[in-house]
Design a protein around this ligand. Structure first.
Ligand SMILES: [Zn+2]
Length: 144
């Protein structure tokens, strides 16, 4: 993978450092040798946010097909921002998108979607924890 460019917060220099070193928080500014840990942490956050978004989309698309409904982005966004989504938020989004209001099947549909899309997810995923933790396995968060 190509090195990534980032700016050192300590000396302001533009640095080119290996992505691997940034992500395992071992990168240092080549000019002043300050740790680039914060840059690595924010990169990890971005990766997690992107992963959460796409996993949520996978579940939503599956539920839409199963129940024959459309779940608008705005419906999800009104409940929670994409970064902090949990399975419970998705259940709520299904309920709000269903013509009958709150179908008893909303939770079942989400559970079935998780089973189908993420076969390695726990048999009883947590509904109130961040999506990545619920359907794991989450990438090791290392030194946090
Ligand atoms: Zn520096």
């Amino acid at each position: 993978m190509d090195p990534a460019s980032c700016r050192c917060a300590a000396c302001g220099a533009e640095c080119s450092v290996a992505v691997r070193d940034l992500l395992d928080l071992s990168a240092h500014c080549p000019h002043c040798h300050t740790s680039l840990r914060d840059v690595g942490l924010s990169m990890r956050r971005t990766i997690d946010e992107t992963a959460t978004f796409w996993k949520a989309v996978q579940i939503i698309v599956h539920v839409e097909g199963r129940l024959g409904i459309t779940i608008a982005d705005e419906t999800v966004e009104a409940i929670c921002n994409w970064n902090d989504l949990t399975l419970q938020h998705l259940v709520t989004a299904v309920e709000r998108s269903h013509p009958s209001g709150a179908p008893a099947s909303a939770r079942d549909a989400v559970a079935a979607a998780v089973r189908a899309e993420f076969p390695n997810a726990p048999a009883t995923p947590g509904y109130s924890v961040p999506l990545l933790d619920a359907i794991g396995p989450r990438r090791g968060s290392g030194g946090d």
